[in-house]
Ligand binder design. Structure first.
Ligand code: IPM
Ligand code: MN
Length: 352
């Protein structure tokens, strides 16, 4: 029987609660489809940091590197200064494990949960491929004359041909595999960021023309993209963009698909340890109440199985999530599900 080693980082706040439900569903799927998942828990997050003053020991990074996949709950603690855990755990893992893709599907499962008027599941079904290792996130830059009236703060966007090209290639492959409209939209700001997105645009057309002639290439400025997300989400199939723009547009995407309760993403290194997560935060105020929506974490688990090659099991989870979304839950928001966190997990597991 095929088996997979999975690292589990429950993390902070409601993270462990939603990961528990994801594992419940993954175990049910593995039983049904005949493979095995072996989990290794890692105690990372705000509590550990407050206890040890260390966010992520080097030795843990080296251990995590050996797993094909990592399932992450949430990182973020009210008693830890913003930035420390995000940079120290999440961004560090993305960079050191070279998870250079952040894959975020935006798919509406039930019309009731779309905040846009008259938009139905057939209108909201696209994927954002966000570059995950470069851009404004590298920490390149610095201060000059810090703390004086002449202070200068510089934050640089790093765009390498290699980093941009591998991201574009991944996105073209997603467009090909999805086979929906066979269209890839580059989301940028070529009218202002005339160095960074010049490189992106040239690489986009070069790679597309040479290696993906059947994929239609489209372009939208990032500001216009946010407009189309709301007005005409049906125009999109696959979108590729840089790290910062990807961060921003995928929060909007999450809302369009029904909110953080259902939005999942994968931090992907196609040849290495990839990390799957619900994209909402740790929601500390709901911790331990059993009211948080586990569907996003379950969808992260589904993406993980898809990545591992267990396509049938992944599809079956998605089908069950759709059914639970349409027929069971009253809302996708924490505290308003109409059921407890674990009941929602039970429904999805039973629906496989
Ligand atoms: C995300 C988050 C992170 C990001 C934060 C927590 C550093 O917003 O995964 O989108 O900016 O990438
Ligand atoms: Mn974000």
């Amino acid at each position: 029987m095929k088996s997979y080693e999975i690292a589990v980082i429950g993390g902070d706040g409601t993270g462990p609660e939603v990961v528990r439900e994801a594992i419940k569903v993954l175990d049910a799927a593995s039983k049904k489809f005949g493979f095995k998942l072996n989990y290794t828990d890692y105690d990372l997050g705000g509590d550990r940091y407050l206890r040890t003053n260390e966010a992520l020991p080097d030795s843990v990074v080296e251990e995590l590197r050996k797993f094909p996949a990592i399932l992450l709950g949430a990182i973020g603690h009210p008693d830890v200064k913003p930035g420390i855990l995000e940079k120290g755990i999440l961004l560090r893992l993305r960079f050191e494990l070279e998870q250079y893709i952040n894959l975020r599907p935006v798919k509406l499962y039930d019309e009731r949960f779309c905040p846009l008027k008259d938009k139905k599941p057939e209108h909201v079904d696209f994927v954002v491929v966000r570059e995950n290792n470069e851009g404004l996130y590298t920490g390149s830059g610095g201060f000059v004359f810090k703390g004086t009236p002449n202070e200068i703060a510089i934050q640089e966007s790093v765009n390498t041909r290699r980093g941009v090209e591998r991201c574009l290639r991944f996105a073209f492959e997603v467009a090909k595999k999805r086979n929906k409209d066979n269209k890839l939209t580059l989301c940028g700001k070529t009218n202002v960021l005339t160095y960074a997105f010049d490189l992106w645009e040239r690489a986009f057309h070069e790679v597309g023309k040479k290696d993906y002639p059947t994929i239609q290439r489209d372009y939208a400025h990032v500001d216009a993209t946010t407009m189309w997300f709301v007005k005409n989400p049906e125009w999109f199939d696959v979108i590729v963009t840089d790290n910062m723009f990807g961060d921003i547009i995928t929060d909007l995407g999450a809302m369009v698909q029904g909110g953080m309760g259902i939005a999942a993403g994968g931090n992907i290194n196609p040849e290495g340890a990839s990390m799957f997560e619900p994209i909402g935060g740790s929601a500390p105020k709901y911790t331990g109440q059993g009211v948080i929506n586990p569907l996003a974490a379950i969808c992260a688990g589904q993406m993980m199985l898809d990545f591992l090659g267990e396509t049938e099991a992944a599809q079956s989870i998605e089908k069950s999530v759709i059914q639970v979304t349409r027929e069971k839950v009253k809302s996708l928001a924490a505290g308003k599900l109409g059921y407890s966190t674990s009941e929602v997990g039970d429904f999805v597991a039973a629906g496989l």
